[in-house]
Design a protein around this ligand. Sequence first.
Ligand code: PLP
Length: 375
Amino acid sequence: MPDRVLRAMSRPTIDHRGPEFQAMTHRLLGEMKLVFRTEHPVLIYPSSATGAWEAAITNVLSPGDGVLAFNQGFFAEKWAEVAGRFGLNVQFKPWDSRRGLTADAVMEALHSERARNVKAILVVHNETSTGVTSDVAAIGNALRESSCPALLMVDTVSSLGATDFRHDEWEVDVTVTGSQKGLMLPPGLSFVALSPRALAASESSGLPNSYWSWRDHLEFNKNGFFPYTPATNLFFGLDEALSMLREEGLPDVLQRHTRLAGAARAAVSAWGLEGYPLEPAESSNALTAVMMPDGVDADEVRRIVLEQFDMSLGTGLGKLQGRIFRVGHLGHFNALSLMGTLAGVEMGLVSAGVPVNREGVSAAMEFLLNKSKAE
Ligand code: PLP
């Protein structure tokens, strides 16, 4: 998290019904549209991203509606579970979580008999539990070409601000994200971007909601306010983070993430280890998930790295616990922060007695040097 963002948040809280706040709301909502690449409304909630999942579901769907989701990983499963808790008819399809979800798989599932009543398709753009990114553009195009009326809902919690994402162009209906990843903020804000189709569907939704109501938010946001006390100091941080993204330029931000992810993958293969994603082209810009050889507990490597170098690696979630660790490289992160990170991982692997070639850090340096020459 950038110091600039932390400092911005340390200001005294202002009146959330006053003119300074009002101007900030208009600015933030306008700028978030640029990040989501949309001309349609964006809403901000004082919640973690799980709240925005619930908002997406309860604003457009009705009890008994069909929802299609795929086992992309831990977060895809959790989102489908939220839909199930609201009495929706969730079809949770098996999927090889080492591969990005394909448009063909989505279309095939939609053509099956049971899929007749599917009103929404839930897709996780970057599955943070696996480090696999899916081609949302292809899924969006396939859906619209087939004139499928189901709404496309996409989780961009760990892709927005790290990976190319285009809400309007890719015909996404509801995009969900959180503050704590590419937006470089602490946890505590979530966001939804809406399409005109999603707004129209919200007029006839049969699921009750109150805190998450889009109608209330849109009504208040028009005038620069919120239907309840907003997380004002996180807004100060968001204002600063958006300035930083604007200063660097979104395309350059995304390119920086792509470059760092490539270097991290170069380190993994030089260590002689395997990344969890099967296809480099589907590997995340935001994190690298590293598989441990049989008999090695990934959490033991994590424990050693934390203890010796005060660095937290991500744990394997769900069925991947103990099998993988995850190296985050998103947000306020540069080549030198990556090199420090990879040095910590390499030393941790060696300390843990994992059989690796001690060449990952130099492979990553080589990758970065070649990239900067090429640019
Ligand atoms: N979706 C994805 C892809 C995530 O990575 C996360 C959290 O890491 C979530 C949803 C849930 O977000 P939160 O923990 O902010 O509720």
